[in-house]
Design a protein around this ligand. Structure first.
Ligand code: NPW
Ligand code: ADP
Length: 276
């Protein structure tokens, strides 16, 4: 937690939405629009001043009725929005359109989180890896063990055999702050530092919790947190929120991804109020 202290600052009294960053989420192909909604709702509740979703599904709704604050756009206009950080991947699919939007996203001078299908596209194309390595702005990766295996061209069992080694290798190979998700998530930096997260529980083993984590990470990046600190804080908070939900009786069995968002907001405000 000491690493995070400098960044747990109360809002300036005279701040406005533009002071609190613009988070973008690129994803939501057909049948997976929910993944982008979860990430967007999470980014909004963790304090991003504005949240934009760029949805690949041409038939996607024009509004999230449960979170009308989210601005839903087509990918082209998402990339032209006033973003301060971008997450690519939740429900993005692996079609040619997704590959092309990902390439465009990589060329933007913004902190960039790659998750889910963006990681699968990255694993399948060495040209994209070169583009990621050439980026001047920070890149972050959030693979689960199978996505990590695709990125490292090995089996999931091999990743799980030595999780710290896999996380450190990913961080070095892609020049990116990386979280290898799962029980005891490992956060690794390209310089070799690594950390084990101690919060969280098997209630998180349910669809969409990774999308919510993406929203938390991009929200902190959008508000100006450095990459490593944003990753560490978001991963820890995600687990703390799940632990608090379980303590309140909403799991572990049947905990849903959306339920941890409000708990994370409450815990984050507590951290800021206490200065830790
Ligand atoms: N509401 C929506 O719209 C939602 C949409 N979503 C979107 O769906 C897309 C596909 O994402 P995905 O992760 O489901 O598929 P994929 O990358 O093939 O991974 C599956 C493989 O990974 C493995 N595995 C996973 N965790 C593991 C662990 N801890 N430890 C070990 N193994 C682990 C797992 O293992 P198995 O189940 O076989 O044991 C399986 O082999 C993506 O865009 C995402 O954003 C989802 O977010 C859900 C909500
Ligand atoms: N047994 C567990 N203990 C702690 N955290 C877990 C456990 N299982 C899953 N998680 C967490 O839940 C999230 C799952 O993410 P992911 O596999 O990408 O799911 P999805 O693609 O459905 O959103 C990760 O943050 C992971 O660390």
């Amino acid at each position: 937690m000491d690493l995070l202290l400098d960044h747990l600052r109360p809002r300036a009294r005279n701040s406005h939405k533009g002071s609190n960053g613009g988070a973008g989420i690129l994803g939501g192909a057909a049948s997976m629009v929910g993944a982008a909604f979860l990430a967007g709702r999470a980014a909004l509740r963790l304090g991003s001043g504005r949240v934009y979703l760029g949805l690949l599904d041409g038939q996607a709704p024009a509004i999230d009725p449960l979170q009308p604050e989210l601005m839903l756009r087509q990918p082209e206009s998402l990339l032209a929005a006033p973003l301060t950080a971008l997450a690519c991947g939740p429900g993005m699919g692996s079609g040619d359109d997704a590959r092309e939007w990902l390439r465009r996203a990589c060329s933007l001078p913004l902190p960039l989180l790659l998750d889910a299908d963006a990681l699968n596209l990255l694993a399948g194309e060495s040209g994209l890896r070169q583009e990621v390595l050439a980026r001047a702005a920070p890149t972050l990766l959030s693979p689960h063990p199978s996505e990590a295996a695709r990125l490292l061209d090995c089996s999931t069992a091999c990743v799980q055999d030595d999780r710290p080694r896999a996380a450190r290798e990913l961080a070095a190979r892609y020049g990116a702050v990386t979280v290898l998700k799962g029980c005891g998530s490992i956060v690794a930096a390209p310089g070799g530092e690594w950390f084990v997260n101690t919060s969280g529980n098997p209630g998180l083993a349910t669809a969409g919790t990774g999308d919510v984590l993406s929203g938390f990470i991009v929200a902190l990046l959008a508000q100006g947190w450095p990459a490593l600190e944003a990753m560490l804080a978001a991963v820890h908070l995600h687990g703390v929120a799940a632990d608090e939900r379980v303590a309140a009786g909403s799991g572990p069995i049947g905990l849903t991804a959306g339920e941890i968002i409000d708990s994370a907001r409450a815990a984050f405000n507590r951290w800021v109020a206490r200065g830790r």
